[in-house]
Design a binder for this molecule. Structure first.
Ligand SMILES: [Zn+2]
Ligand SMILES: [Zn+2]
Length: 255
C-alpha cells in the first residue's frame, strides 16, 4: 500500500506552487517513513523551479534540507525507531555496489545517485519528490539522526548548505593556524564562517559588498568559540575577489 503525502509542487518553469497529492512508496525492509517538520529552501530549489539548469522535471516537489520525526520503519531498520528526530539531505539512494559507494562516496556513484527531488529512484524511471511535503519515505542508509539539543528548524539547512561547507573544511584539516577565505556571505557563506570560527580558524570573508561587513562580524561574535582574534580577522577585502577569479582552483578529487 502506498502512502499519500500532501506536497507543494510546481508544474512548469516559474510556475506557482500548488497543493499536490503524492504517493510515497510502500515501505520496504530498509525504508524509514518520516513526518516532515521543516525543510530548508536551498538556492538549488529556486534554480530548479525556474529551470535555470535546463534539466527540470515537472511536476516538481523541491526540498532537500529535511528534518522530521520517524513515523514508521521497515523490518530490517536497526538504527531508527518511531519518534526519532531525523534528517534527509540531497541524496536518497545510490547503487551501493560500485567502488565509490563501497567507500561511502555515494555522491560519486558510477550508476548515478538518486537526488532527493528532480531525479529518479535507482530504477532510473520513478521520479523522486522532495521535502516541500508533510511526509517522505527514504532508505535508512540516507537518513541521519538529529541530536536532541539541536532545534529541528535550524538543523534543516545543515543537510545541504551545512554539509557542503563543513565537508571541505574537514577534508582539508581546517583548525587552529588555518586561514579560511569565504567568498560571498550568502546561505552557504554564513555557514562556512560559523564552521571556520568554531574550528578556531582565522576566517576572512571576501566580498565586494561593504554592506555585509556587520553581518560577518555578528556571525563571529555569536559563535561558540568567538574571541577577539577571530573577530579581528573577519573583514572584507573586496580586491581579493578579482584575484580569486583569475586563479585556477583544483576540485578535490574523490579519494
Ligand atoms: Zn541544496
Ligand atoms: Zn554506486
Amino acid at each position: 500500500m502506498s502512502l499519500t503525502a500532501k506536497a507543494f509542487a510546481v508544474y512548469e518553469p516559474n510556475g506557482k506552487f500548488q497543493v499536490y497529492d503524492l504517493n510515497r512508496r510502500p515501505l520496504s525492509a530498509h525504508d524509514v517513513a518520516i513526518r516532515i517538520l521543516y525543510c530548508g529552501i536551498c538556492h538549488t530549489d529556486i534554480h530548479q523551479v525556474k529551470d535555470e539548469w535546463h534539466n527540470a522535471k515537472f511536476p516538481m516537489v523541491p526540498g532537500h534540507e529535511i528534518t522530521g520525526i520517524v513515523q514508521q520503519v521497515g523490518s530490517a531498520v536497526k538504527d531508527f525507531k518511531l519518534g526519532d528526530r531525523v534528517g534527509v539531505g540531497c541524496m536518497v539512494d545510490s547503487c551501493r555496489a560500485c567502488p565509490p559507494c563501497k567507500r561511502d562516496l555515494e555522491n560519486h556513484c558510477v550508476q548515478g545517485f538518486s537526488g532527493t527531488y528532480n531525479s529518479t529512484e535507482q530504477d532510473k524511471v520513478t521520479p523522486t519528490y522532495g521535502g516541500y511535503a508533510n511526509f517522505i519515505v527514504v532508505n535508512d542508509h540516507f537518513v541521519v539522526q538529529i541530536p536532541k539539543d539541536l532545534p529541528m528548524d535550524s538543523a534543516a539547512p545543515l543537510l545541504c548548505a551545512g554539509i557542503t561547507t563543513y565537508s571541505p573544511m574537514i577534508q582539508h584539516n581546517v583548525g587552529k593556524n588555518t586561514k579560511v577565505g569565504v567568498v560571498g556571505l550568502g546561505g552557504l557563506g554564513h555557514m562556512a564562517v560559523k564552521f571556520g570560527v568554531a574550528l578556531k580558524a582565522d576566517v576572512t570573508v571576501i566580498s565586494t559588498s561593504e554592506s555585509k561587513r556587520n553581518d560577518a562580524m555578528r556571525l563571529d561574535e555569536s559563535g561558540n568559540n568567538s574571541d577577539e582574534i577571530h573577530a579581528r580577522n573577519i573583514f572584507f577585502w573586496g580586491r581579493f575577489l578579482g584575484i580569486a577569479k583569475r586563479r585556477e582552483h583544483p576540485r578535490t578529487p574523490p579519494n
